[in-house]
Design a protein around this ligand. Structure first.
Ligand code: NAD
Length: 507
């Protein structure tokens, strides 16, 4: 694991950021990757001031030209996909294959945003008055704040940044304090793209279109509270969302919340288990259970419950013995948990599940002799008779609760009974069941015969209830990053008519 060479390849001059405030450790072996200086309050304020200044110039650059910068950023990412993926793996512990997928998602997001930069379309609306025309136009909103979680250290930022930049908004980014190096790499790659933009177009860019802030929740709080940032996009736990949303609301700012999930799949007695099983495995144990869209609950029809459970146990046993290890190694499917706190939370949840009548299969620490400072676990399967209390909470670790149902109504009731509402799925070959489930799932995303994780960027990503209601990435998510004008123009020559037929005539 050569962190220095990887950072060099990505253009990160680590010495510029070195200090004693923040120790960055690799979850792979607990080793120190870097020790960083955090931003002070004065520096955060200066960054936001510069982003606000940059906005006044950037908003006037035609959107397709803004898109040209995002295109160059996407090209730079293509060239550095492998080292950036390695850095993501070293810093957050996801397997290299998934880290490559994460960088690919950034590239896809840039492509999407470039196309969008020529389509930030509004509406022409029929006016009720003669010789009037009405239009709806979308305009840049302002500099925006982005807070991100450790488990998608770069892709989630790019969902925001690629859209924000084409929409005309500079970005102030406070990444997770657990994964600041991947953010510094993005900053360096973005700086390269900016230099190429100037070389190829001859236009200079405003200084400070992107700021990466180093620090924890305190630095995040300075971002959240700053009235110069009309939009705060925050990805993380529901706990974090509950803390920041009132602060943004109190200053009448806009927040885009992407919070925790507690995603379930319903497996019908009409399901093709050959389709369901691999999808459940990727969704439940992939990323070591540390995706917001991880499958945390299987609600299985009583008629196929025993068979599904037996097949899951066989697969979990195989994963436990063959596929857990260093996420940089080809062949590893499950890497480590992010840290000791995550491990303790997992063990606590398993103890609670036992107390609440659950029967736990696997879930113990492994590889401790090889990596005493890291936390590898065998993914846990927990049979619960009903949806007991612990199942309602998101434990950010590979725990899959399995419970039976007998009617679709009951399955949907169990499905919707948790506070979170991110992603959901049903496995069935019955069209009617699929249609009912799609209509009645209370989540932001609902799938048929695929799992809950691994969304494509073309759709709007996000969830309801405690997940926060935000939507990012594809579809019309870009509208959140802009402000809407409704404008009416009168092109007649007599006194303009008033709406609603009101007469107001001065003789
Ligand atoms: P976290 O809530 O601990 O931290 C997320 C970010 O918020 C970090 O940058 C952190 O520094 C910052 N933060 C925390 N408290 C803050 C405060 N009071 N004020 C300002 N900033 C604050 O989350 P995490 O442990 O990094 O990530 C895991 C969580 O994120 C899980 O709950 C997961 O489901 C969720 N998540 C959601 C999505 C989504 O799109 N819905 C995507 C990824 C992760």
């Amino acid at each position: 694991m050569d962190i220095a060479a990887t950072l060099r390849q990505l253009g990160v001059a680590l010495a510029d950021y070195t200090g004693a405030d923040l120790t960055v450790r690799s979850p792979i072996d607990g080793s120190q990757l870097a020790s960083l200086r955090c931003h002070t309050r004065a520096e955060v304020q200066a960054s936001i001031a510069q982003a606000a200044e940059a906005f006044t110039a950037w908003r006037d650059v035609p959107a397709p030209q803004r898109g040209a910068l995002v295109r160059l950023f996407g090209e730079a990412l293509r060239g550095l996909k492998e080292p950036l993926a390695r850095l993501v793996t070293m810093e957050c512990g996801k397997i290299l294959e998934e880290a490559r997928g994460e960088v690919q998602e950034m590239i896809d997001m840039c492509d999407f945003a470039v196309g969008l930069s020529r389509q930030l379309y509004g509406l022409t609306i029929a006016s009720e008055r003669p010789e009037h025309s009405m239009q709806e136009t979308w305009l840049p909103l302002g500099p925006m704040g982005v807070l991100t979680a450790f488990n998608f250290p770069v892709a989630v930022w790019s969902w925001n940044a690629a859209l924000a930049l084409v929409c005309g908004d500079p970005v102030v980014w406070k990444p997770s304090e657990k994964t600041p190096l991947a953010a510094l790499a993005c900053e360096a790659i973005f700086a390269r793209a900016c230099a190429r933009y100037t070389q190829t177009t001859g236009h200079t860019l405003p200084e400070g279109l992107l700021h990466v802030l180093r620090g924890g929740a305190g630095v995040g709080d300075w971002v959240v509270s700053d009235t110069r940032l009309p939009l705060i996009s925050a990805t993380g736990s529901c706990r974090m969302g509950r803390l920041i949303a009132p602060k943004v609301a109190a200053r009448l700012g806009r927040s885009l919340l992407e919070l925790g999930g507690n995603n379930a799949v319903v497996v019908s007695d009409q399901a093709d288990l050959g389709v369901a099983l691999p999808a459940i495995l990727f969704g439940a144990v992939g990323t070591c259970g540390q995706r917001c869209t991880t499958i945390r609950r299987v609600i299985a029809h009583a008629r196929i419950y025993d068979e599904l459970l037996a097949r899951l146990k066989t697969a979990y046993q195989r994963i436990a013995t063959q596929y857990i290890g260093n996420p940089l190694d080809a062949g590893t499917l499950v890497g480590p948990l992010i840290d000791q706190v995550a491990f303790a939370a997992m063990q606590k949840a398993l103890d609670t599940a036992r107390q609440q009548g659950g029967s736990v299969f696997c879930g113990e620490r492994v590889c401790a002799a090889l990596y005493p400072q890291a936390y590898y676990v065998t993914p846990a399967l927990v049979q619960v008779p009903t949806q007991v209390e612990i199942v309602h909470a998101e434990t950010f670790a590979p725990i899959l609760y399995v419970m039976p149902y007998t009617s679709l109504d009951e399955a949907i009731a169990i499905h919707n009974a948790v506070p979170q509402g991110l992603s959901s799925a049903i496995f069935t070959t019955d069209l009617r069941e699929a249609g009912q489930f799609k209509r009645r799932s209370d989540c932001g995303m609902v799938n048929v015969n695929i799992g809950t994780s691994g969304a494509e960027i073309g759709g709007a990503f996000g969830g309801e209830k405690d997940t926060g209601g935000g939507r990012e990435a594809g579809s019309d998510a870009w509208k959140t990053y802009m402000r809407r004008h409704t404008s009416t123009t009168y092109y007649g020559t007599t006194a303009p008519a008033l709406a609603q037929g009101i007469k107001f005539e001065v003789a």
